[in-house]
Design a protein around this ligand. Structure first.
Ligand SMILES: [Zn+2]
Length: 239
């Protein structure tokens, strides 16, 4: 089957991330591109974003409410269909069986052909950044939910009892790790990426330099791949 034929069979995609704004930083251009091609995109947010502020006057409940709304609006800018919140406390996320089951429930509910998730390991290729532990936990739990849990009938029988039938995800796009092997051309959607990130006003501010920085980063990722702006992933095709 050619790449184009394979692409034509992709009807639904899901992006599973730890925090509000993670999906936009890593994959907004790709999400907007897929949505514009008619692919339904669903979001799953693992945490409530309750630690994402250094302002001593912001209460956690207000921050949760604010970031939830920001995430819903950001997803809307990109053309996503739905945002689900699992509401685990921010900064304390672990790959527990409970988290794996909750992500499995989402996969069985929306039945995505393709899932975007975060890298489940620390990157040693970037000396200016330490991966947030919530990202590792969200990535690892999502990969485990895809294989084998969502597929296997007898795992978490309570899901089956609730009517969530097994489902096989066919493609996984891992963002933010080393060893990318797939570059998505986001030249047509990079402005939507910036616009979606701007919706996370509690996190990114509104300076013009911010837009420049996002575009510069996307241009760097695109270097050597015949594109102006790109996002990069490690892709698994599970057949
Ligand atoms: Zn994050």
């Amino acid at each position: 089957m050619s790449q184009d034929e394979q692409q034509a069979e992709i009807k639904r995609a899901m992006v599973v991330v730890a925090h509000p704004d993670d999906a936009e930083f890593g994959a907004a251009g790709t999400i907007a591109k897929w949505a514009s091609e008619g692919i339904e995109v669903y979001y799953v947010l693992c945490t409530d974003g309750s630690k994402g502020s250094s302002n001593p006057n912001v209460a956690a409940e207000d921050l949760i409410r604010m970031r939830r709304q920001e995430q819903i609006e950001a997803a809307k800018v990109l053309g996503a269909k739905e945002v689900e919140f699992l509401d685990y406390p921010d900064a304390y996320l672990e790959h527990t069986l409970e988290l794996r089951r909750d992500i499995t429930r989402m996969i069985r509910k929306y039945r995505p052909d393709r899932v975007i998730c975060q890298a489940p390991y620390r990157s040693f290729g970037n000396n200016a950044y330490i991966n947030h532990p919530d990202h590792l936990a969200a990535g690892d739990a999502t990969l485990a939910a895809i294989y084998p849990t969502a597929r296997d009938r007898l795992t978490f029988p309570e899901l089956l009892a609730d009517g969530y039938e097994p489902h096989k995800v066919r493609e996984v796009y891992v963002m933010g790790g080393d060893g990318a092997d797939t570059w998505i051309d986001i030249t047509d959607t990079v402005d939507k990426k910036v616009a979606s990130l701007r919706k996370h006003a509690s996190q990114v501010g509104d300076s013009p330099e911010f837009a420049e920085r996002i575009k510069e980063r996307a241009a760097r990722v695109a270097e050597g791949h015949g594109m102006k702006y790109a996002e990069a992933f490690k892709v698994f095709r599970l057949g």
